[in-house]
Design a protein around this ligand. Structure first.
Ligand SMILES: Cc1ncc(COP(=O)(O)O)c(C=O)c1O
Length: 390
């Protein structure tokens, strides 16, 4: 057994894919103290800077004082707390869905929801670049997995014509987590209707950021009422933790009765629920509008500046900005050298992304200043030249 663990680790090391984590010793803001030194943070999903917003931390502290530190058990065992209900009601009006159900994380939501919608004998059509938690959900469901090429709806149509016989489900990231591009939801809605399928989107990276008041990708594209399950998370732009599914009242009831990650797990604690409630309020306020404007301006500047230096930055418009280097080894050298120059940007390698597409995944925040981003571009350019990436 010991040898097997050692061998597995050796294999990972030898393929240049060994992972380890850095130590952050302050708040997750635009600058962090990381492994003992202050660096510019360019790889956090805290896009709007809400993770260290006073309204969120005040709400979390007050909720802890009033309700304690734990929810005690699964909601089906020891009850729903008023804060769960308040957050679900806030999400229902934020996402403009009939109802909503909270999950303990985005991963828990995807592995809980998908097996309710599809099982043995059914088919799930999944974009090739969907998040790993979606794949995990499909595997757990026992349904047949049919992957379609990234955002290729012609191919999806062909595959659906061939395989969508009984119950079927289309699942797609709305904003792709490692690529930062956006799915065409109207195309997916048309296909779901033509083939009598359900449609689920994972808007982990669009919620709070895209569309009117940050309601998300479905609002941006005007298809809110056509999507069966709008899943999103609180741990990214919303600066908190956990996830939700915006669904019909009937679907909510079914999920409460069938989604195993909802049924068999202690529900989110008061502090987290209260922070999320505060976040949902802020993103819909004037302050939220300002934060999104700043994020958009920062994103335009950063994307254009890197492209102008000759880096391979795939087309896109969101705050997730991949810089493709191709090789896992170069990617990690790039990330380490940048860290030495005061910029923390994580390298992303297989299996998170397909072979040959290793990259630095930069994420812009509204709390970055233009000076921060200009500094980052300068350091990235220097390291890119040293490593022969440009
Ligand atoms: C698209 C997508 N879905 C789901 C998740 C999982 O969410 P969570 O971190 O809340 O588990 C992530 C990232 O973590 C993600 O990028």
């Amino acid at each position: 057994m010991k040898d097997s663990i050692k061998n597995q680790l050796e294999d990972i090391k030898n393929s240049g894919l060994l992972r380890s984590t850095r130590l952050i010793s302050n708040c997750h803001s635009s600058r962090v103290v990381c492994d003992g030194r202050e660096v510019l943070l360019l790889c956090s999903n805290n896009y709007l800077g809400l993770a260290d917003h006073k309204a969120l931390s005040d709400a979390a502290v007050a909720a802890t004082r009033h309700y304690g530190t734990s929810s005690g058990a699964s909601r089906l065992v020891s009850g729903t707390m008023t804060l769960h209900e308040q957050l679900e009601s806030a999400i229902t009006s934020f996402k403009k869905t009939e109802s909503a159900l909270i999950f303990n994380s985005g991963h828990a939501a995807n592995v809980g929801i998908i097996p309710v919608l599809a099982g043995r004998g059914d088919v799930v059509f999944s974009d090739r670049l969907n998040h790993a938690s979606i794949i995990d959900g499909i595997m757990l469901s026992g349904a047949r997995l049919v992957r379609y090429p990234h955002n290729d709806y012609k191919q999806l149509e062909t595959l659906m014509a061939k395989y969508a016989k009984g119950r079927s489900l289309i699942v797609s990231d709305a904003v792709f987590s490692m690529d930062g591009d956006i799915a065409n939801l109207a195309e997916l809605v048309a296909l779901k209707k033509r083939h009598n399928a359900l449609l689920m989107i994972d808007d982990a990276h669009g919620s709070g950021v895209l569309g009117e008041k940050g309601r998300g990708t479905a609002t941006l594209q005007g298809v809110v009422d056509e999507i069966d399950i709008q899943m999103g998370t609180f741990g990214k732009a919303l600066g908190s933790f956990g996830a939700y599914a915006g669904v019909s009242a009937e679907m909510r009831q079914l999920l409460i009765n069938r989604a195993r990650s909802f049924i068999f797990s202690t529900s989110l604690p008061p502090a987290v629920l209260a922070a999320s409630i505060a976040a949902v309020e802020i993103v819909q306020s004037k302050e939220g509008d300002l934060l999104r404007e700043r994020l958009a301006a920062n994103t335009v500047f950063f994307r254009a500046a890197l492209a102008a230096k000759g880096f391979n930055i795939p087309e896109g418009s969101t705050q997730i900005v991949p810089l493709l280097t191709g090789s896992a080894v170069t990617t990690m050298k790039f990330s380490d050298a940048l860290f030495e120059q005061g910029v923390f940007a994580q390298g992303i390698r297989p299996p998170t992304v397909p072979n040959g597409t290793s990259r630095l995944r930069f994420t812009v925040m509204s709390t970055h200043t233009m000076d921060d981003l200009a500094f980052a571009v300068e350091q990235i350019t220097q390291v890119g030249q040293q490593l022969g990436v440009i």
